[in-house]
Design a protein around this ligand. Structure first.
Ligand SMILES: CC(C)(COP(=O)(O)OP(=O)(O)OC[C@H]1O[C@@H](n2cnc3c(N)ncnc32)[C@H](O)[C@@H]1OP(=O)(O)O)[C@@H](O)C(=O)NCCC(=O)NCCS
Length: 220
């Protein structure tokens, strides 16, 4: 039987976190061999590597100590989304642009197409104006499929929420979709509610896709 512990993240965790991110990156399912986003590193630049490199004090990993200390899940995020957004632009956008230009566009054209679709689906001007004021923190949580539904996600989100409250932050938000069918019951069960929804096309050929922002407030 697996023995899972939760610990703070460190810089050696990058590969393990990237693997989990990619293997849960397609609305909660594995992107491997799907042929729709083969540039794993670029996927990491877009969705997880910023947090590990620049805010690892807000990141925790679930490790299977009965299986070579394998990283089987993570929760990563920020206490201050406004600052995080600014730092992401400063630290990551040029890396993403260079990668797209010098590598992705000729080696992984399908990933380039998908990035264009991600950008087109952004609807920032219609999002709630006070989102970052009311819910300053945000999170991303993912667990490898063979470790899901065993209480690991609960341990990780409890750890993150305690960390947020200890820092006197009174709200967390997160982005997901109507197609993340395992995640939605999880979030609702943890007290997160929908604060914004918008029909869009994020993944090519996935219809009836609604992007969602969920939030939870604390009394501190
Ligand atoms: C969503 C996720 C983080 C939940 O973590 P977890 O370790 O599986 O969750 P737990 O075992 O702590 O379960 C708590 C609750 O989550 C829900 N849940 C977890 N796995 C589920 C599944 N496969 N199907 C439906 N509900 C599920 C249930 O409501 C469960 O409560 P229950 O045990 O009373 O039924 C995890 O399943 C995951 O990483 N999924 C794929 C990636 C993903 O979609 N991430 C979110 C991106 S926004």
């Amino acid at each position: 039987m697996s023995k899972i512990i939760i610990r703070p993240c460190n810089s050696n965790d990058e590969d393990g976190i990237l693997e989990v991110c990619y293997k849960t990156g397609y609305m909660g399912e594995d992107l491997t061999n799907m042929g729709i986003f083969n540039d794993v590193k670029l996927f990491g630049y877009l969705f997880c590597l910023y947090y590990i490199r620049y805010e690892n004090e807000n990141c925790f990993v679930a490790v299977d100590i009965s299986n070579n200390n394998k990283i089987v899940g993570y929760i990563i995020g920020t206490l201050d989304s406004k600052t995080q957004e600014r730092l992401f632009k400063k630290k990551m956008l040029y890396k993403i642009a260079l990668r797209l230009l010098l590598h992705t566009s000729w080696k992984h054209p399908e990933s380039l197409k998908q990035v264009i679709s991600f950008i087109k689906s952004l609807d920032l001007k219609n999002e709630p104006k006070n989102l970052y004021k009311e819910y300053p923190s945000h999170l991303h949580i993912n667990i490898l499929s063979e470790y899901q539904h065993k209480g690991v996600g609960t341990m990780l989100i409890n750890k993150f929420e305690t960390h947020v409250r200890e820092n006197n932050i009174d709200g967390i938000h997160l982005r997901t979709s109507s197609k993340n069918i395992k995640a939605l019951p999880f979030y609702y069960g943890k007290g997160y509610n929908i604060i914004y929804e918008n029909y869009c096309e994020v993944w090519k050929d996935v219809k009836e896709y609604k992007s969602l922002i969920l939030g939870k407030k604390f009394n501190i």
